[in-house]
Design a protein around this ligand. Structure first.
Ligand SMILES: *[C@@H]1O[C@H](CO)[C@@H](O)[C@H](O)[C@H]1NC(C)=O
Ligand SMILES: *[C@@H]1O[C@H](CO)[C@@H](O)[C@H](O)[C@H]1NC(C)=O
Ligand SMILES: *[C@@H]1O[C@H](CO)[C@@H](O)[C@H](O)[C@H]1NC(C)=O
Length: 365
């Protein structure tokens, strides 16, 4: 009962996201070309390359052929770099779930991610995930840029923000910015803030109170980066056709239309004309309850995901739209916490096997 209610609340919350078109600020580091401060010990031992490729459901997982050298790993012929960017959270990288993320698992994920995209977007910085992802990129030697992130809490007097800011600062001090494309501050903060206050309009007095809190954090992050001589700024927006009740076939058109109308056009009227990115877009393949299994347009399904991949990906690449596909892996914690479709947006299953989909043949810029 409580779980069902929670699902419903979450779904409503997300639907509002579409209507609000919540925009979060991103501070992008200028490419200052700071040298990577970590030298990885390379074990160029002659690998006997004995491990076999594990193939399940016609898909495979990345397999390191030499455990001492994560830069040598088998590539999956079913994958190629068709995605502009990918949304990713290392498994277990949440304080409330005990920070069970490991460097080893993150290396395995980066090996897979690098076969699909050159850009990943993280949502938060807790549990040392920023350093682990950067370390994994160094060790795998893949070409990869990271949009690191801070997940702000609505009413904790900036505590979550400050904790994550310091973790990111440490990671930049250790690894430099060679593999960092930007820092995002405030994922879903405004959404959580206004819905937490039973408000719909982000431009209301309540909304302005929330944006003042977030703005203080964004300004603080900018100052932190300025002090390290790094700064630049771009905005992102979440655009989810699922929560607007479109069909899977109509989803790509809906995303482009919403993004152009609600994000790109208004941004062009601003004095600094910020370039907009789609922070998340995707299609769920399953719901943990029947009530959320259908959005009114199409069911959550692998067919729907395939249809969205086929209609969105190459078109977005052609149009030069920057987007982060939502998301790389199914996330069990979201299913536990929110139910419904929340845990089932992955291109890959939780076990790191590709879902029953084909990656479109185009290549992302
Ligand atoms: C295989 O497919 C099934 C259903 O399509 C899915 O539940 C499972 O997680 C997949 N992976 C493996 C390794 O069986
Ligand atoms: C964070 O991760 C990096 C990379 O794996 C590691 O070198 C460092 O010791 C970790 N820090 C903490 C506090 O766990
Ligand atoms: C989507 O459909 C549900 C019912 O299936 C409805 O409650 C909700 O308001 C709809 N959302 C939008 C944005 O039309």
């Amino acid at each position: 009962m409580a779980a069902a209610l929670e699902d419903e609340k979450r779904k409503k919350r997300k639907s509002k996201l579409i209507i609000i078109g919540a925009i979060i600020a991103v501070i992008v580091l200028a490419a200052v070309g700071t040298a990577v401060g970590v030298i990885v010990s390379k074990n160029n031992s002659n690998s006997s390359s004995s491990s076999s490729k594990s193939t399940k459901n016609g898909s495979s997982t990345a397999t390191t052929s030499d455990p001492n050298n994560p830069s040598k790993f088998t590539k999956d012929p079913a994958l190629h770099q068709a995605f502009y960017g990918m949304a990713y959270t290392p498994e277990g990288a949440l304080m409330e779930f005990g920070c069970s993320n490991t460097l080893e698992n993150t290396i395995r994920d980066i090996q897979l991610l690098s076969q699909l995209t050159k850009r990943v977007r993280l949502y938060g910085a807790d549990c040392n995930q920023t350093a682990q992802v950067l370390e994994a990129i160094v060790q795998t030697k893949v070409e990869m840029e990271v949009f690191v992130g801070i997940y702000n809490m609505a009413s904790d007097d900036h505590e979550a923000y400050q904790r994550q800011r310091d973790l990111i600062k440490d990671a930049i001090e250790t690894y430099g910015t060679k593999h960092i494309a930007g820092v995002t501050v405030g994922n879903e903060f405004m959404l959580n803030w206004v819905t937490g206050h039973d408000e719909k309009d982000p431009n209301s007095a309540i909304g302005k109170e929330g944006s003042a809190i977030l703005l203080a954090d964004i300004q603080d992050m900018r100052k932190t980066l300025d002090d390290m001589s790094l700064d630049k700024h771009i905005p992102l927006s979440n655009v989810h056709a699922w929560f607007a009740n479109t069909t899977a076939e109509g989803a790509a058109d809906w995303v482009f239309e919403f993004f152009d109308g609600q994000n790109v056009a208004p941004a062009a009227l601003l004095p600094n004309k910020p370039h907009m990115y789609i922070a998340e877009t995707g299609w769920p393949t399953k719901s943990s309850d029947a009530g959320n299994a259908h959005n009114g347009g199409s069911p959550a399904s692998e067919e729907g995901l395939q249809s969205f991949l086929d209609t969105f990906l190459c078109q977005a690449n052609d149009k030069g739209v920057g987007y982060f596909f939502f998301e790389m892996f199914d996330e069990e914690w979201k299913d536990i916490k929110f139910g419904g479709v929340e845990g089932w947006w992955g291109l890959f299953n939780k076990d790191r096997t590709l879902k029953n989909v084909k990656i479109p043949t185009c290549t992302a810029p």
